[in-house]
Design a protein around this ligand. Structure first.
Ligand code: C5P
Length: 222
């Protein structure tokens, strides 16, 4: 069957990447985590003490870094200029700053250009905030994943605890709600459901149930 493009958008910690990885695996498609690209630039910007409000500094840095997403057994490895930053981009300082970096128009234009290049041959599952609205508006399948803030914070908390990381549920709720607010209210390509996206509220669904629903939608397109 023909290789299509699948866009998965939604608020922070809605399970997008978990589900996207499984779908990509089932279809032998490429999984592209666009959030990791914004996180990579944010990591670099913090490391170089850039002013995160300064679009010029950020774009100049972005232009000299290559961001690579490499498939691996547990999903995806992230590199900037050959340095493996897979774990570093999940740190709290990066998570708290990424929505500031991601609001700048020129930063988004360059990221979208790179993302469209990754997606140009189809056969991709891409997750983010503006995939169905801006990055691949022609995607055959568009999904918008939702869940309550409490549910999302709880899932992230359990994930952290299982990995042996320190985790504070109340702080997670605050961080997730703030990131959603910044991402939805920014001027350029805000987090928004595409008019033709199918909304799935995952609050009371298991990962497997969400995957099955999306696979049914994908099969309907083939
Ligand atoms: O998906 P993840 O939570 O890792 O994304 C981190 C941040 O990157 C988001 O909160 C948002 O600010 C930004 N982002 C974005 N557009 C995307 C993907 C992520 O603005 N397509």
């Amino acid at each position: 069957s023909k290789k299509i493009s699948i866009a998965i958008d939604g608020p922070a910690a809605a399970g997008k990447s978990t589900v996207a990885k499984i779908i990509a695996e089932k279809l032998s498609y490429i999984y592209i985590d666009t959030g990791a690209m914004y996180r990579a630039l944010t990591y670099k910007a913090i490391q170089e003490s850039l002013d995160l409000e300064c679009e010029e500094q950020l774009i100049n840095t972005l232009q000299i870094i290559e961001i690579e997403l490499k498939p691996s057994e547990n999903g995806q490895l992230v590199f900037i200029n050959q340095e493996n930053i897979t774990d570093k981009i999940r740190d709290q300082d990066v998570t708290s700053a990424v929505s500031i970096v991601a609001k700048h128009r020129k930063v988004r234009e360059e990221m979208v250009r790179r993302q469209q290049n990754f997606a140009k041959n189809g056969g991709v599952v891409m997750d983010g905030r503006d995939i169905g609205t801006h990055v691949i508006p022609h995607a055959e399948v568009k999904i918008f994943l939702l869940a309550s803030v409490d549910e999302r914070a709880l899932r992230r908390h359990e994930e952290n605890t299982a990995k042996g990381y320190n985790s504070n549920l109340e702080k997670l709720k605050e961080e997730i709600a703030l990131r959603d607010k910044l991402d939805s209210e920014r001027e350029v390509a805000p987090l928004k459901k595409a008019v033709d996206a199918i909304e799935i509220d995952t609050t009371s669904l298991s990962i497997q149930e969400v995957v099955s629903r999306i696979m049914e939608i994908v099969e309907g397109k083939n």
